[in-house]
Design a protein around this ligand. Structure first.
Ligand SMILES: [Zn+2]
Length: 318
């Protein structure tokens, strides 16, 4: 069973959501390529570095904070026991997530919001797969308890393809982090006919409504498949239309991936990402950051643009 707390709807509208009502904020960018650049081998457990090589993780978070990012996302994307057991680290779920939160806070201090990152469990839920809702919820609760113990300001459930798994992630956050707002971000794919669907075939409006109904204060999209930069603008408009009073977060890849000499490369420039950030704000996004292929250089250009667009407020988050 998940350990529980009392859920108070008013408490989820905390200082972060109040600030978002006043001004847009800049998220951060990709983690994976920066880990590889620091010597992690492909397929290794990036989360283990929260404990094994914390100075490297702190340096990456610090680079994003220096770039002007207001929100720093913990290095805990694969932090549920389902993923960690594939690396033989299932017993370290709590410690690795707690360390993820602590190292992010150590890098950013009190001048940024720390988002506790929760990615997909890595397998299909019933009836498509074998995982039950209860065991996935329990695993997410276990992960989120570690993130909360490490001091995160909000929970980000991201890159979800299955709205059912998204709802379970939001439920787990409301159980294990009852005082923190939840951000819910889907990975959509663009079909040849121009529609956006999750990998499970769910349209935007339905996917977003399910996240809002489950209690997400912030909803949106990151990553995705067959998405050019301009596609994220169109997707953002659809999400804003479906989000009601929830805030909208959009974290695009650095353009659609290109295959160059057998390597997958994301080639959008910082200037192109800043222009995209401007268009996303115009389309109603409140938080804009980056996903695959984005670096501190991209985020610096985006943060400058987002900072300029603010009507009031200071550069300090809190
Ligand atoms: Zn991505």
């Amino acid at each position: 069973m998940c350990s529980s707390g009392f859920f108070d709807a008013d408490m989820s509208r905390n200082a972060l959501t109040l600030e978002l009502a006043a001004r847009p904020l800049c998220g951060d960018g990709g983690m994976g390529t920066l880990l590889l650049a620091r010597g992690m081998s492909a397929g290794a457990c990036g989360m283990a570095w929260n404990l094994d090589r914390p100075e490297d993780i702190k340096a990456i978070h610090g680079a994003y904070h220096q770039a002007g990012c207001n929100l720093i996302t913990t290095n805990s994307f694969g932090g549920s026991r389902f993923i960690l057991e594939t690396h033989g680290r299932a017993k370290d779920v709590r410690d690795l997530n707690l360390a993820a939160a602590r190292v992010a806070r150590a890098a950013a201090g009190e001048n940024a919001w720390i988002l506790g990152d929760v990615g997909p469990c890595g397998d299909f839920l019933e009836p498509v797969g074998d995982l039950t809702s209860d065991e996935v919820r329990e695993a997410f609760c276990e992960q989120i308890e570690g993130l909360v113990a490490g001091g995160v300001d909000a929970i980000l459930v991201e890159t979800m393809s299955d709205p059912g798994e998204m709802v379970i992630g939001i439920e787990a956050a409301r159980i294990s982090a009852p005082n923190l707002p939840v951000a819910a971000s889907y990975a959509f794919q663009k079909l040849p006919d121009g529609r956006f669907l999750t990998m499970m075939g769910t349209p935007v409006a339905e996917a977003i409504k399910r996240a809002v109904d489950a209690g997400a204060a912030i909803v949106g999209a990151n990553c995705g498949t067959s998405m050019d930069l301009e596609d994220y603008i169109a997707l953002c408009r659809e999400i804003v239309a479906a989000a009601g009073s929830a805030h909208v977060i959009i974290q695009p890849n650095a353009g659609a991936p290109q295959q160059v000499d057998g390597k997958t490369l994301y080639l959008a420039t910082p200037e192109q990402m800043a222009q995209t950030a401007s268009q996303l704000l115009d389309a109603g996004a409140c938080i804009v950051g980056g996903c695959c292929g984005t670096s501190p250089a991209h985020l610096a250009a985006m943060a400058e643009l987002i900072g300029k667009s603010r009507n009031f407020g200071t550069n300090n988050a809190h």
